[in-house]
Ligand binder design. Sequence first.
Ligand code: ADP
Ligand code: CDP
Ligand code: MG
Length: 212
Amino acid sequence: MGTVVDAPAVVTEKEVVAENMLGDKKVTVVFVLGGPGSGKGTQCSNIVEHFGFTHLSAGDLLRAEIKSGSENGTMIENMIKEGKIVPSEVTIKLLQQAMIKNENDKFLIDGFPRNEENRAAFENTKISPAFVLFFNCSEEEMERRLLGRNEGRVDDNIETIRKRFKVFVESSLPVIEYYDAKDKVKKIDAAKPIPEVFEDVKAIFAPYAKAT
Ligand SMILES: Nc1ncnc2c1ncn2[C@@H]1O[C@H](COP(=O)(O)OP(=O)(O)O)[C@@H](O)[C@H]1O
Ligand SMILES: Nc1ccn([C@@H]2O[C@H](COP(=O)(O)OP(=O)(O)O)[C@@H](O)[C@H]2O)c(=O)n1
Ligand SMILES: [Mg+2]
């Protein structure tokens, strides 16, 4: 009788162990989402400094891929100029390589998943986010920030910004709603000044505080 009672517990434990494994490393992943210019990259830098996560920006990885002269470079560049979402097989490969290469086991994945295709394909990797940090900000404020970003990006111009806002509403918000239905979304008011936004972020990351 004892074995019958024990059996389900053993199966559950195995499933938990298999989840979130990357090679022989068990990883913690937080998705950082929000419209273009909502402050994802800025707050990720703060989180890295205070909570020992490694920041992986999908956009930065794609831009590095263009610079590296990869065979996908031209396709990626054209899609970024148009504000379109690059096929997940490209982006997921870059994210996986970056996580394997890095010794850390805590990752902020910034700007991914940006559409249902991104989300569903990443789910196949069996890594699921601990939670989703969502920076909520008005388009008016995001537009102002993007036009002042001054990083020389090909997509920080008003025509591409409008296209990116449309893609955000039509393709990215449904992903946030998907995770919200699973109670995984932690929503932040991102319209406030940078230090005030970080105060709210800090409260969410407190359980992940670095051991001193
Ligand atoms: N809370 C904020 N208030 C004002 N400006 C901000 C704030 N957060 C970020 N910024 C600025 O807005 C621009 C976009 O921020 P960034 O972190 O690159 O956003 P995202 O990665 O979401 O596009 C940057 O120039 C950044 O310095
Ligand atoms: N998951 C992703 C993330 C970014 N991208 C592309 O990269 C562009 C810039 O993304 P980003 O995250 O650096 O942009 P911001 O939100 O930081 O302004 C997007 O508009 C897409 O064209 C993508 O195709 N797929
Ligand atoms: Mg960014």
